[in-house]
Structure formats: C-alpha cells, structure tokens
Design a protein. Structure first.
Lengths: 351, 297
C-alpha cells in the first residue's frame, strides 16, 4: 500500500510550525528511509503516518483511501518504537500476540501466529522470557515481530537501531532488510544515520527544518544532490564548500559568464579534488598540501586554501609535495554549484 | 564514603550515624513491643510496681471467653472489608480522572488531600452534623429521592455504615496521591504502543494501566488494610467516647483501649494487642505471597 501526503502542515499551539507543506508518495512494497538531523521532522512525519499525531492542514492517503482523521487504532499500522516499548509485564510470546488479542483472535490461533513471527525474527527460543531478560537486539526483534503479527499493510520503524551497539546495528539493519524483503511490506524507517539509510533503503527522503530536501534513490543523493543541505549532509568525508568569492578566477575561466554570476557557493567532493587536470575539469585552485594521511585503503590529503581547510581523497599517497603552492583541479563529477538560496545549479561549462 | 572499603572502622562509623534514630526506635517502638508481648502472658501483675507474680495463657483464655472480644473482632473485620475495597476503587477512579484534568488539577488535588491532613476530631464533628437524624445533610439528600430519614449514629444497623463512609472519605486523599504517582510512572509510550496495537481505551486500562499500576495498588492495599485494622480515633470521635450504639462500632483497638484505660486490665489489653498483631501479620503475609505472582515490578 502506498502512502501519500498532500500539502500537510503541522504546528503546535498554532505557533510553532513543525512541518510545512509536505507532499510525497511512498511507493508500495518498498523500504523508505526518512533521514535528517534531529528536530528535522522525521519522527513527526512518522507519527502522522501512524495516527499518533494529526495534521493541522492537508490530507493523508493510504492507497486511495483518505485516513487524515482516523486514529492510530483505526489505521492499523505496525510500529516499532525507538526504545521498543515492549510490555514489561508480558512474556515475549504474549507481547507478540498482544495485537491479535486486541483483535479477539482466539488463544490457540494467536499463539500459532505469534510463534510464526517469532521464528521469522529468530527469537523462537526466548518465548517464555520477560522483555527485561532479553538483550537490546533481541528486544528489537520482538518489537518487530509484534509490529508484524497483525499483518499490517505498513511497518513503521522509529530510529530502531539507535539503542544498539555498532556491530549489532549493522547486523540488525541487514535483518530489517531481510524481513522487509521476505514479507514484502511497505516499510518506513526513521534514522539520523546516513549510513543506515543509504545501505538498506530503496528510497531516501531527506528532511530538514520541516521540509523535504530531497526524495530519491540512495545513490542519487550522493551523485546528484538537489541543494547545499543534502550535499553537506550526505557523504563522508563531508563535502568541501567554497565561497564563490574565493574562486572568482577559476569560475570565470571554466563557466560561462551569465552562469557563474549566479553561483554563490561551490561544493567539491573529496574525491573530486585531483592533482592532474581531468578531462571534464570545472575548477582549479592553487593551494598548499599540509599532510597526506594513509589508513588502510583510504588516503586523505589535508589542504589549505585561503585560510580554509579542504579534504581530498583524490591525491595519491606517494604524491610529492612541499611548502609551495600546487595546482589542484575539480572534476565535473563531484563538483556542484549552488545559488544564493543553496539551490543546486545545473552545470554549464564552456565546451 | 560510598567508595570506602568496608572494615571494622567504617562499620562502627556507620552505626554511630544510625545511633540517634536507633535509640528513638528502641525506646519508643521496640521496647514497648517487647514489653506488651511479655505483658500479655503475665497473669499476676502489678502495673505500677512492675512486679510479675505468675505467667501463663490465662489472658488469652479470657479473651476467647469474652463475647465483647468477638464483637470487636467481627466489627473490625467488617470495617476492613468495607473500607479497603471501597477506598481503593474510589481513589483509583478519582486518580484516573484527576490525571486527565488539564486545568486546575493541582487545585483539585489539594481539595481531595484536605481530609487527610485535617484533624479527625474536626472531621467527626462535621460528619456528626451530616449524619444528624433530623437536621443532617445526608438525610436531607436522601429525602430528595424519597428515602425515609435514617438515624445514622444511633441505630445499631447503620452506625457501622456511618463509620465506614466517613473513614473512606477521610482516607481517599492519601491514596489518590499514591495512585497519581503510580499513574505518572507509567511511560506514555506503552499507551502509544497499545493504541498502535489496536487497544481501545478500556483495553488500554485493562492491559496496561492495571498491570503496570499493580505495585502501587499493592502498596495502597497493604497500607490501607493495616490502617483499617487499627481504627480507633474515628470511632472515638464520631460516637463521642463510646463504641457506638449497642457496641455496633466496637473495634479491636477500641476494645484494647477500654480494657487498658477504663477497666485497668492491662494484661488483657496487651493480649488483645498481640492478637491484633498476629491478625495483621497473617493478612500481610497472604498479600505478600499473592504479590509475588501477580504484581509486576
């Protein structure tokens, strides 16, 4: 089932606006991440989908059915909370069976279904334990099983991995992907960790300041950011941002005059700063290389340019450098131009 | 201090810190308890010279032969079984409603808490008027719905009811506060999870509030049962220094009081105190074993 938001606004107390004119459609059967910094509106958007919060303005559709005014009870989505919210007084089996009990499914039947989902998430050997006796990862699995037990058309996950340690987090995100693919359920996943979002999602929605910054496939976010925020938020190391005023000569040389005057900021990915001019070169600076660090397979060069520090991964480890300024070049793939509002400008080079 | 290793010196130091409170407890609690246990088996005893002539079980035999003691026992049990469930149900309902209030909730909390901090004598005077057979407020209200006036305080059939109603009313405030604390301790995310899981308000109350409130309910029940077993001042004040019409409100502690202060049968009074102690002990132990199975911490 797909989920559609049409012109959704949300504000508290008629003053503080959290979400502004949200429009999107989450496609059926996909795993979609809501990604962004805290306070960006991710969890709020999720709560609007679940029905725990209600819109101030606008409409929400599940498939073709409008659900704007329905409560969480009526919408019947499955949800996994950040801290799992497993019922502490019930055993694992009873936790998973709880939604079915609410639907008045008889005992034998609901335990049978609960066991099936316990098996799917691999907690079938923990059924009689109370949640407090489980590890974080196991609680997480139980919470997913409980959310799936009532066979919802939507599965919502609110920062489900943030309470787990690093290794378990990677394991659980693979698990979530596997469970999503096995059940084929439309899944919406909230996270502030780009690594998580980019690794497991079919689509990523970047939210900041109550607005959708970009909604696309993971690789496009990196290759084709729509604005300065997305370019800065996605990618590690963080993209180098240069002020247009610092790059006058280079911009004038490589860009048509009517285009470069609109440019206010230039973003250059670390791998796009090269010591040799590439075929599709869009920029050039004279800068000083301070240090080249070499860990495992990654080579990182620290560069000083007009009192600014830049990072490049495009300079080989054995590159010879001294105190003098050297010429460095920007490759077209990985260099983005932004206007006054931070909006990405389509590159038009001289040739 | 917390990180210090435990040795003789630090242990001694800790005992020194505990000493003032221990002294008070020993003098005013432990010593009287031991004394009253001992006194209950003195059969020949001079209270004023503290001379013990003989010991034995005669005091208990006296109690079990005394019809008044059985009346006191029966009345106390009726009182406990009347007051405890009513208090718990009512205070839980009121706490749930107060918890839902958005405005003036602290004002209402204060109002409900007032009876608890008001002197029992003052409360009994007001209730004396409320219960008055001719001019009483309660009979006026009953008259509005066509019920004949009841002589609450002088009719042996209604005196216990009068006592129970006043005691429930007086005990509500404290228990409401305890329930409110318990309700506030239930994380809102459980209700959110339950709503997502399809539980309506009643199911949320049944499957989330009741089990997660059980530690508080247990605390309130144990406390309320003990307090009710010890009821005395309400009787004394409401019936003006009498155990009610034809002993209708003669409770165990009132019996003890009569034996000790009025009839000067000190050893009998001590023996009835021991019986009350055992009664409360047994009930509390039953509750504890029940709680192991049904209270979710």
């Amino acid at each position: 089932m797909n989920v559609t938001f049409e012109h959704v606004d949300l504000s508290y107390d008629d003053k503080k606006t959290i979400l502004k004119d949200l429009n999107f459609t989450i496609p059926d059967g996909k795993l979609v991440s809501l990604l962004g910094p805290s306070g960006g509106g991710k969890t709020t958007t999720l709560n609007l989908i679940s029905g725990l919060l209600h819109v101030t303005k606008g409409q929400i559709f599940f498939g073709s059915k409008e659900v704007t005014d329905q409560s969480a009870l009526e919408r019947k989505v499955g949800m996994v909370f950040q801290n799992y919210a497993l019922y502490p007084h019930l055993s694992v089996l009873d936790n998973i069976a709880f939604p079915l009990k609410m639907q008045k499914v008889n005992k034998a039947k609901r335990y049978q279904i609960a066991k099936k989902y316990a098996h799917l998430v691999h907690v079938e050997d923990q059924l009689t334990k109370k949640p407090a006796a489980l590890s974080g990862g196991q609680q997480q699995r139980v919470a997913i099983a409980r959310a799936l037990a009532k066979q919802p058309s939507l599965l919502l996950l609110d920062e489900p991995l943030s309470n787990l340690d690093a290794r378990l987090r990677i394991e659980m995100r693979q698990e979530i992907k596997r469970i999503q693919q096995e059940t084929g359920i439309t899944t919406i996943f909230v996270t502030h960790d780009q690594d998580e979002a980019l690794h497991i999602s079919d689509y990523v929605m970047v939210l900041n300041d109550g607005r959708i910054q970009q909604f696309t496939q993971p690789q496009d976010l990196y290759d084709d950011p729509k604005n300065l925020f997305v370019a800065k938020f996605i990618g590690n190391p963080v993209i180098n941002v240069l002020d247009a005023a610092d790059l006058q000569a280079s911009l004038q040389k490589y860009l048509p005059s009517n285009f470069y005057q609109q440019v206010k900021a230039v973003g250059v990915r670390a791998e796009a700063i090269l010591p040799q001019p590439p075929i599709d070169c869009v920029g050039q600076i004279q800068a000083q290389i301070d240090k080249i660090e070499h860990f495992g397979s990654s080579v990182t060069a620290n560069i000083s340019y007009h009192q600014q520090r830049l990072v490049s991964t495009g300079i080989p480890a054995n590159y010879q450098f001294g105190k003098q300024l050297v010429d460095l070049y920007f490759a077209k793939q990985g260099t983005y131009f932004f206007d006054n509002d931070g909006k990405r400008l389509e590159v038009k080079t001289h040739d | 201090m917390i990180n210090q290793k435990k040795n003789w010196k630090t242990t001694l130091q800790a005992y020194l810190y505990l000493l003032p409170m221990l002294l008070v407890l020993l003098v005013f609690c432990i010593y009287p308890i031991v004394q009253s246990f001992l006194m209950s088996i003195y059969t020949k005893y001079d209270f004023f010279t503290n001379k013990v002539g003989a010991i034995g079980w005669d005091n208990f035999r006296y109690l079990f032969a005394d019809p008044d003691f059985y009346i006191a026992l029966k009345n106390t049990l009726i009182f406990v079984f009347g007051v405890v469930p009513l208090t718990i149900v009512l205070s839980l309902i009121i706490a749930l409603m107060l918890n839902k209030l958005r405005w003036f909730s602290s004002l209402f909390r204060t109002i409900y808490f007032l009876p608890f901090v008001t002197s029992t004598v003052a409360i009994a005077m007001v209730w004396n008027w409320i219960y008055h057979s001719n001019y009483g407020f309660l009979n006026y209200l009953l008259g509005l719905v066509g019920i004949q006036p009841i002589n609450w305080l002088n009719d042996p059939h209604y005196a216990m009811w009068a006592l129970i109603i006043m005691s429930v009313w007086k005990g509500l405030g404290f228990n409401i506060i305890l329930f409110l604390v318990g309700l506030n301790n239930i994380d809102n995310r459980y209700y959110q999870a339950a709503a997502i899981d399809g539980a309506n308000s009643w199911q949320q109350f049944l499957h989330i509030t009741v089990p997660l409130l059980s530690p508080t309910t247990f605390l309130v029940t144990v406390n309320e049962i003990i307090v009710s077993f010890k009821v005395f001042d309400q009787v004394f004040a409401l019936f003006q220094n009498s155990p009610g019409p034809s002993k209708a409100c003669l409770t165990l502690v009132y019996y003890l009081y009569q034996k000790f202060y009025i009839e000067n049968k000190y050893t009998i009074a001590a023996a009835s105190g021991v019986i009350l102690f055992l009664l409360i002990l047994v009930v509390t132990l039953i509750q504890l074993s029940y709680s192991r199975r049904h209270v979710h911490y």
